[in-house]
Ligand binder design. Structure first.
Ligand SMILES: [Zn+2]
Ligand SMILES: [Zn+2]
Length: 535
């Protein structure tokens, strides 16, 4: 069996692992690459996945970084089945539509700019039509009901305890008649999460593909996290300002509502402080959650059985339309606003941040992982200002980073989950994490359990032959093409010399023309100063 790491290799996004055996090709996950422009370019170049030759996808869960490229694959020739759990199917239907809508809007916005420049229109990565062609390909399979999409290949979805319907996937296969087992952790949940169950325990595997998002960090406990949320509410309520919570529409939003429900019961959420869920997607996701209450944990089901709805609040308001969303910022006074995206790089949350980041007395509450390059990450790292809608916005609001609400297991929780595996020769591959976090986790795994650990790079391949040494094939020139710094800097210096040569001529221009050129050079100078401060 050969595995190729198409994403989530030394990064957290773009999860996709293509497997090849006996002339068959299939893949686990089909995630979108998110981050800076260079990373996102990978979403366009899906020919390297050979989508027309992939027989089926196994999707661990509905997050876009695990599923968001499916419509693009369909657009490029994928015609097979997409296996996943019933809640994931329902969530994906709305999430992929939403993702397509974002792609269409972005393309429209870029087209306007390029048409004005006299250039071509920009096509979206995929459209809602592509999603309509993707949805019929879904085949649902419940947890713990193994199935065989190919003869000799047995798949089992098990509860990953991450978001509603999320799976870890067990794959049993054969290599030259010898059986072996692979486990893909998907995203492993934090135990004792609100709403959903704890991750399933797995004891057997020959190869484990393990997420490592929080490989170098532990979470604070839930009680401390709830206290911190209460503190943000108290602080902004006193200052008559807003609490802004960037949260993914699925799971994070529902868990924040549940937490606010608990605070309200404790008298720690003022009754006259409205709570807005400003995301049409979150409204629909909350409905899907209610429909799949059989996937809830015992605690949430106990509340439901008592007739108490943990996903509701007296002062909860859902805003569907853009007008209603805009109106939130026109209403003065304290409020809690929950909006997507969770990393503040798209969606309505950007407007709420623009209106509130600069306000002393406001609070920004970060409840989820923030990937490198996103606005959310910059806020967490203490940026004095961030760029929103081509405008610098000062960060004067109080920033609370509450990772105890994370949907991911923290470092000690990953290790605890890993401790149940019995085969000491199991090969561990760390995926879905930033390299620094992965190195820390790899060290701890070797020290504590003695498992061999690898951190595959982007586009790397491994040949899995049980009982034999692992063969790795790397493509460094494709994974990280060399940047010719010397050439670029030489070019820039030559341009600077040309400008200097023309100074005499410049000084003969009218004063107005000179000030225009001066301003543009000052802008360039500012950019360079900023770059210097970052390197
Ligand atoms: Zn996830
Ligand atoms: Zn993920």
């Amino acid at each position: 069996m050969k595995i190729k790491f198409m994403g989530a290799a030394r990064t957290v996004t773009g999860s996709c692992f293509v497997l090849e055996a006996g002339g068959h090709r299939f893949a686990v996950d089909c995630g979108m690459h998110q981050g800076n422009a260079e990373i996102e370019r990978r979403n366009w170049d899906v020919d390297i996945y050979h989508p027309d030759q992939i027989e089926f996808f196994l999707i661990t869960h509905a997050h876009i970084d695990h599923s968001g490229l499916l419509p693009r694959m369909v657009q490029k020739g994928f015609r097979g089945k997409v296996y996943t759990t019933p809640p994931t199917r329902d969530l994906l239907e709305i999430m992929l539509q939403d993702s397509a809508h974002i792609q269409e809007m972005e393309a429209q916005w870029k087209s306007k700019k390029s048409l004005r420049r006299g250039d071509e229109r920009t096509a979206p990565l995929y459209t809602r039509k592509d999603v309509d062609r993707t949805v019929p390909l879904f085949e649902v399979r419940s947890y713990e009901q193994p199935f065989e999409p190919l003869p000799g290949l047995r798949i089992n979805f098990r509860d990953a305890g991450h978001i509603l319907g999320a799976s870890l996937i067990e794959i049993q296969a054969e290599e030259n008649g010898a059986p072996f087992k692979m486990v893909f952790s998907g995203d492993i949940g934090r135990p004792a999460q609100l709403i959903i169950k704890d991750p399933s325990i797995v004891t057997e595997a020959d190869y484990l593909f393990l997420e490592s998002t929080y490989g170098n960090r532990n979470h604070k406990d839930e009680a401390a996290s709830l206290d911190e949320l209460a503190e943000a509410i108290r602080y902004s309520y006193e200052h008559r300002e807003k609490v802004i919570i960037p949260a993914f529409a699925v799971e994070r939003t529902q868990e924040v509502i549940y937490s606010l429900h608990l605070l309200a019961k404790d008298g720690r959420l003022p009754g006259d402080m409205p709570v807005y869920v400003d995301s049409p997607l979150a409204i629909r996701a909350t409905e899907i959650f209610r429909r799949h209450a059989d996937y809830f944990d015992a605690e949430a089901r106990k509340l439901l059985n008592r007739g108490e709805d943990p996903l509701s609040l007296k002062q909860l308001r859902f805003t569907e339309t853009t007008e209603a969303s805009v109106a939130i910022n026109e209403i003065g006074g304290p409020a809690v606003v929950i909006s997507a995206s969770g990393m503040a790089d798209a969606g309505r949350i950007k407007h709420h941040l623009r209106h509130n980041l600069w306000r002393e007395g406001a609070s920004i509450v970060i409840v989820g992982f923030q990937a490198q390059g996103t606005t959310g990450r910059k806020i967490v790292e203490g940026a004095e200002k961030v760029r929103l809608f081509n405008e610098d916005v000062a960060v004067r609001a109080r920033v609370f980073t509450i990772n105890g609400f994370s949907a991911h297991a923290g470092q000690s929780q990953i290790l605890e989950w890993l401790g149940h595996f019995e085969n000491r020769a199991m090969q561990v591959f760390l995926v879905h994490g930033e390299y620094a976090a992965q190195q820390v986790l790899a060290g701890l795994i070797r020290e504590k359990f003695g498992f061999p650990v690898l951190i595959p790079d982007y586009l790397e391949e491994s040949i899995l032959k049980p009982g034999e040494e692992l063969k790795r094939i790397k493509y460094p020139e494709k994974a990280a093409p060399r940047i010719d710094w010397a050439y670029l800097m030489g070019e820039m210096e030559a341009r600077m010399a040309q400008i200097r040569d023309r100074r005499k001529e410049l000084e003969t221009r009218s004063w107005v023309e000179q000030t225009e050129i001066r301003d543009r050079l000052m802008e360039l100078n500012r950019s360079m100063t900023e770059i210097i401060s970052e390197i």
